[in-house]
Ligand binder design. Sequence first.
Ligand code: JHZ
Length: 393
Amino acid sequence: MNIINFLNLGKHPITNNFLKKNNPKNEFFYNLRLTYNINTKLISLKNFVPPKRMFNNRYAHRASASKTMKKAYKILAKNIKKKFNPRSILEIGSNDGVFIKHFSNIKNVGVEPCKNLAKITTKMKIKTYDKFWTMHLSKKIIKENGKFDVIYSANTISHIHDLNSTFKAIDNSLNPGGIFILEDPSLMETIKKLSYDQFYDEHAYVFSITSLRNITKASGLKIFNVEKIKTHGGSNRVFFKKIDNKKIKISINVYKNLINEKKFGINKLKTYQRFAKEVKKSKYNLIKIFKMLKTQKKKIIGYGATYKSSTVLNFCKINKDFIRYFLDTTPTKAGKFTPGTHIPIKKYNGISNDVDYAFLGAWNFKDEIFKKEKKYRKRGGKFITHVPFPRII
Ligand code: JHZ
């Protein structure tokens, strides 16, 4: 057997299933288990959830809900124009258009299977295909638009189950000198930060550069650069070219990253077994903090009803007995309840004066949030986080 299970995180709901009622009938749960592939070094969920259960007309996440991300996409768009000067760009997983809108002066096409999101970008006059990314769709897009100079995809390829055909379809859609840019959470950062909440239904994979190199060998694509970026708790921005494109040289960064990952133990089962042990310890210590504060009758809320936090809440069984409600800036989440744990979500309107502690669901935006919540912190308000270890800040 070349697939080894190393962590069982228990039963979990669909993270996008923000509930209308706090006592839903027939809420769907699946087993969240993590596996390591000895051959490819790929880390993945053991059980994939059918895509249509996750990505549908009620998709809640809006990429532009954070200032940090809006700014990051604007800067990236500027850099892509400067460096590659594309005449055409395709984005796989275009969400609410936060990135692709910066390319309105060239041929810009979006792919977004969540129809409610695709409607937003269509209204913005961006040609959007409200379908899942497949070889079939790629052929249709090429027929109607031609091939592309740049294909970009942030936090989406790790959500697609059939990686072989995904990468082949990308290769198929690129012009000969074209490039593909992928951004996804970094496995090394996930392990270092003990951010086990990077694993949930949508995140079928958490990639290392090593596993990406291994799984793309047969696709016609080759990694030529890697940038480490801060977004989403530490991600890799990976640049691919076509294998036979000799004009683009392979950056030394690629080799440096592969060596660093090897030194870190990305290629060793032991690394994941140790991670699993530490995750269980993290769970124990986080519950301890919540129980202690509950005994002290402190008022605790949640800050940022993220998809990630669903893993923490459901794994640690932190429900409305501990967290009174979540605050979130996303309008479509307000008035709903967190999946599995049924904690009410309120529209963000500042933290009220009677709150003592706020659990950082959006820990990846800690800097942005701390800047915004200076007043709360000044009056003694505290945050609780589980990253990189459970603590009060
Ligand atoms: P954020 C989603 O995950 C799902 P989530 C998906 N699978 C993925 O990979 C990432 O996005 C990219 C709120 N917030 O981006 C807004 C505040 O309330 O970490 C968002 O609801 N106040 C596609 O959900 C949430 O937090 C704030 O000041 O884990 C952040 O969600 C800020 C900064 C955010 O992704």
